[in-house]
Design a binder for this molecule. Structure first.
Ligand code: NAD
Ligand code: ADE
Length: 418
């Protein structure tokens, strides 16, 4: 079996960590049990480009239990957990192409190795496999039934392909399932981003001014958790509705040019580029921390920062200190790559449970229904989304009410008024 990983000797630790994550993934376990019985993915080749974490490992094992022939590569050069990659190869016989810290050339070599398997389904986090299938690897498109997409930035890229009428197969936007972004983007990114900042720096949040750029699903989670740690949270936005929401949630809102002068820590989660630029870095206080938790490493203008600075040095793992002309220091975390996966372990298993149950069931859906689908971006069918919510609630020991017949009739009627 071909693979390219850091060190197969790390498999022992990886296996223990994969088992630990599985304990907190009850919905995915249920899907795995059903897949093992019914083998709905039998004969389906899947190429997955996801963050190589313990949670992703459990998804890969589930897809394999369903009969899929699966190959995995990383969706970010800095998010791979090398012990997990080793265990997937050694203990589960799943080919993995991913090494933490790989350069861009190796990153693309790994994506191409996955595509060399001539997949029927691709599973992306950021749309890099789909992008290759629309450029360098067009000849493979005829084998592809469809694709699934994990994250907001990937869905934006895919909607752009569809709007330009060049999307070559149907895509399921897993990110847009309620059981994905309500929980993964908000509570997952909220907790794991702070975890990443803490592990990289061990700085005190209490009393600090924490600037969150972007008040979407991820930004709300980061702001909420930073507030919970005692930080004074400032939000920057470009959307008036989101800005208003942040104001009414109790946060100060201002342009980044103003926030740059008062922040102690900055985190971008916009999915946009050059959100913090040279002029902003030049205004910052001495010793500030700047990081990103959005998908691509384009949210901080590090080229502009480097050009404006007198020099840079690594002061601890995942912390690079830039010296500005004034002598002040600006510390960039994790090379501007998503900090929750670079210096921490990404989202906890309990939220990835729902995201990856969506992924597994979306793959099943594509196998069953791809012939009936257009070359469009689809959301996960509502019955799958609701079923995942029901299973998660039940795994948490929670029960809810059901409508009485009288209530159902009332909600479908117009006759009752004042
Ligand atoms: P979202 O669309 O809900 O929110 C993005 C917000 O950023 C929007 O409110 C938008 O108005 C705002 N914005 C855009 N440009 C801005 C600018 N220049 N300044 C300030 N605000 C700006 O998206 P989301 O679901 O919150 O995802 C955000 C990013 O995080 C995406 O790249 C997504 O792929 C990524 N993501 C990362 C993780 C992770 O594990 N780190 C998890 C989920 C999503
Ligand atoms: N994205 C964010 N956290 C993740 C995790 N733990 N595993 C895979 N993808 C993720």
């Amino acid at each position: 079996m071909n693979h390219h990983i850091k060190d197969i000797g790390l498999a022992g630790t990886g296996k223990k960590r994969i088992d630990w994550a599985e304990l907190d993934m009850p919905v995915l376990r249920k899907v795995k049990e059903n897949f093992a019985k019914k083998k709905p993915l039998k004969g389906t080749k899947i190429a997955a480009c996801l963050h190589v974490t313990t949670e992703t490992a459990n998804l890969m094992i589930t897809l394999k239990a369903g009969g899929a022939d699966i190959t995995l590569c990383a969706s970010n050069p800095l998010s791979t957990q090398d012990d997990v990659a080793a265990s997937l190869v050694k203990d589960f016989k799943i080919p993995v192409y991913a090494i933490k810290g790989e350069d861009n050339k190796t990153y693309y070599k790994h994506l191409n190795a996955c595509l060399d398997t001539r997949p029927n389904i691709t599973m992306d986090d950021g749309a890099d496999l789909v992008s290759l299938l629309h450029t360098d690897r067009k000849s493979l498109v005829d084998n592809v039934l469809g694709s699934t997409e994990e994250t907001t930035t990937g869905v934006i890229r895919l909607r752009s392909l569809a709007a330009n009428k060049i999307l070559k197969f149907p895509v399921i936007a897993v990110n847009d399932a309620s059981t994905k972004h309500f929980f993964d983007n908000r509570y997952g990114t909220g907790q794991s981003t702070l975890d990443g900042i803490l592990r990289a720096t061990n700085r005190l949040f209490a009393g600090s001014t924490f600037v969150v750029c972007g008040y979407g699903w991820c930004g709300k989670g980061v702001a909420m958790r930073a507030k919970g740690m005692g930080a004074n949270v400032v939000v920057t936005e470009i959307d008036p509705l989101k800005a208003l929401e942040a104001v009414m949630d109790g946060f100060r809102v201002m342009p980044i040019a103003e926030a740059a002068k008062i922040g102690d820590m900055f985190c971008t989660v916009t999915g946009n580029l050059n959100v913090i630029r040279k002029d902003h870095f030049l205004k910052m206080k001495d010793g500030v921390l700047v990081c990103n938790s959005g998908h691509f490493n384009v949210e901080l203008d590090l080229v502009g920062l480097e050009a404006a600075s007198k020099g840079k040095k690594i002061v601890r793992e995942f912390v690079e200190e830039y010296t500005m002309p004034s002598g002040k220091k600006v510390c960039v975390l994790g090379e501007g790559r998503l900090i929750n996966l670079a210096s921490a372990e990404g989202h906890p298993a309990s939220v990835m449970d729902m995201s990856f149950a969506n992924q597994a069931l979306a793959a099943d859906f594509l196998v069953k229904k791809s012939k009936t689908l257009d070359k469009q971006v689809y959301t996960v069918p509502e019955e799958i989304d609701k079923e995942i919510a029901r299973l998660k609630l039940s795994s948490l020991g929670m029960k809810i009410d059901t409508l009485t017949a009288e209530q159902s009739k009332y909600l479908a009627s117009w006759e009752h008024g004042t």
